[in-house]
Design a protein around this ligand. Structure first.
Ligand code: SAH
Length: 242
């Protein structure tokens, strides 16, 4: 019986994977991968390795989580080394944990290999720190998605507004303006600085700086950073990129 490694591929730059993650890709018998995994990493797989794409376009079709779980199980019965490759970190808004729970319940050994999460890497590329001494000492990584069963957001942005210095929003493109409104209702001023990084590390990457009050349409996938730390990052960015 094989082992399943649940690996973070990093945020899109193929160099931002761990050595352990890369070594596993290079030795895997089978690799099951997502939409945001860089192609350059897949090209490091052995020629005989089986590569299975399980991603979906936003709102489009793709295998269900149950189907992915069963696929990983069946591959582990057949092969020695199975790699489940997630964009960013497998445990930050990936389904890596659920996959490992499922595999463990069926007697398959699995292991996590962390990755560089997009919510930290995309801002860092543009000199924006999640925390910075004197400006921000707490950060929350949150999802902008709604809970389909409840029809409201999974995160209480009004309460969050008062509780942390920096808010990093994943999966917030479709509801960016509603989230901004909730944060302002929660007490954040409309001139609170915001950075939006769309398709970080990919060819169509777009960075912009705005404010909560000025936030307009955001293209998926995007990381949205809210907080005073954005301002400090922008000053450094300007000094360096002039
Ligand atoms: N496990 C991943 C997150 C998966 S959820 C990680 O740790 O990064 C998918 C969300 O991640 C997207 O909706 C977007 O908010 C963010 N994301 C992932 N890759 C991105 C990229 N290259 N640029 C901008 N946002 C990205």
């Amino acid at each position: 019986m094989g082992r399943v490694f649940i690996v973070g591929a990093g945020p899109g730059d193929p160099e931002l994977i761990t050595l352990k993650g890369l070594r596993l890709i290079e030795t895997a018998d089978a690799i099951v991968y997502d939409r945001l995994v860089p192609q350059a990493l897949l090209s490091r797989a052995r020629p005989q390795a089986l590569l299975v794409y399980v991603g979906k376009k936003p709102g489009g079709q793709g295998p269900s989580q149950q189907e992915i779980n069963e696929m990983l199980y069946n591959l582990a019965l057949k092969y020695d080394v199975v790699v489940r490759l997630h964009g960013g970190d497998p445990l930050v808004f990936g389904r890596g944990f659920e996959e490992c729970e499922y595999l463990a319940s069926r007697g398959i050994r699995c292991e996590f290999v962390p990755g560089v999460t997009s919510g930290l890497a995309a801002p860092a590329k543009h000199y924006i720190p999640p925390v910075a001494r004197g400006t921000a000492s707490s950060v929350a990584l949150v999802t902008g998605r709604e809970d389909p069963s409840k029809g409201r957001r999974q995160v209480d942005f009004k309460r969050l507004a008062a509780a942390v210095d920096t808010i990093v929003i994943y999966m917030g493109a479709a509801s960016a303006r509603e989230i901004a409104a909730e944060l302002m209702e929660g007490g954040l001023p409309p001139d609170t600085p915001v950075a939006v990084i769309e398709s970080a590390f990919f060819e169509d990457e777009r960075f912009r700086a705005t404010t909560l009050g000025g936030l307009d349409a955001v293209r998926n996938p995007a990381v949205i950073v809210v907080g005073r730390t954005v301002e400090r990052g922008l000053r450094l960015r300007e000094a360096l990129c002039r």
